[in-house]
Design a binder for this molecule. Sequence first.
Ligand code: GUN
Ligand code: FE
Length: 430
Amino acid sequence: MTNDSFVLRGGIAFSDGPNSIVTYYRGYVVCMDGVCKGAFVELPSKYKALQLYDYGERLIIPGMTDLHVHAPQYTFRGIGMDAELLEWLSTYTFPEEAKYADMEYARKAYQYFTEDLRRCFTTRAVVFGTLHNEATIELMNQLERTGVITYVGKVNMDRNGGENLQEESAEASLSSTIEWLDQVQDKYVNTKPILTPRFIPSCSDELMTGIGKLAEEKNLRIQSHLSENHSEIAWVKDLVPESTCYANAYEMFNTMGTVDRPTIMAHCVHSDDREIAILKKHGAYIAHCADSNMNLTSGIAPVRRFLDAGVNVGLGTDVAAGSSMNMVKTMLITLQASKMYYRLVDEKVKPLTFEEVFYLATAGGGKYFGNVGTFKDGYDFDAVVIDDSKMFSMRDMSIRERIERMCYNDADAIIKDKFVKGKKVFSAIL
Ligand code: GUN
Ligand code: FE
């Protein structure tokens, strides 16, 4: 028996596929060497010798995956939300990211980000840094210490970033990416590099082609942005006139990935059937970022259509276009956005259910990391223990009702403990 082998007892809830949440009142979930052995109503006798932690009436759910978050934008979240994407980038975002050339600034700002990441529902995250190698390595060093498992990208941008946030040339961007990779590949246990061309307006054809090659040669994954905003989409059509659509432009540069090296595309708000088919063909993941899409007036992504088409989908907070790293808040906005899509856009597209959104936040995004995001046998043991005892009710509530209530009104749900691969990475002092 090791420290990574134990049993937790409490109000258990986990997804058993997109349409069903399994719950056990005062049930058990077993962790052996960081791997989940399943959840049970009665503890099987073979696990009775393991250390038992009884959380009483508290809730125990799988950890959540934030498929898309910008670490350097964390410190200006919630302000400057009066613009649409392109104006927001040039007015607020690029000037802020330029500050990460200063290591003292980067170190301090990344401490706020990493400490809050450790404290939230997220156990896995896919993170954008900035184009600066040194600051991105500092971010990775700090993230490694949190115990949260992440992919992190040094951003590539060789055009349209203005004077202060732009690499000199495609060649300079690629060679600094290779230098960064040499310094970080295999350096960490929990933190992996991911190639991060910001989006096509930030990356020349030459740079995109180079990134496609690098991904293949070094077997690396890619993350980027796709079809978030109408002006952005029109701009991409001008920049890559031979492309049949925005997703095809990524395809032309061999950056759409493969099933073994899936690319994450954030947003896809305006993706049509043709674009959805391209994402599906490549085994790509859509990071649906409803909070961000509301804040920047981007639109509402047709998530039900992605799911019906069999495309991989998870949720992203997209801080700072999304104003919070709280995945439970992101779940709520995902639900509300899909209800409004149904009411205002297309009544043939049914709103997402609570079951579906809980699945997307846990197992849907978790799949990007392997067997992650539920309490089935063989999954990594990522779990969050929640105290909702301050949410008074006049009657007994089921576990299912309590997690739904937490989502719709999260103010009084407190994270008590958080585990990643069986290691406790956060504990609140209540
Ligand atoms: N597209 C390119 N860069 C960004 C960014 O930082 N945030 C969002 N929401 N979209 C982008
Ligand atoms: Fe983003």
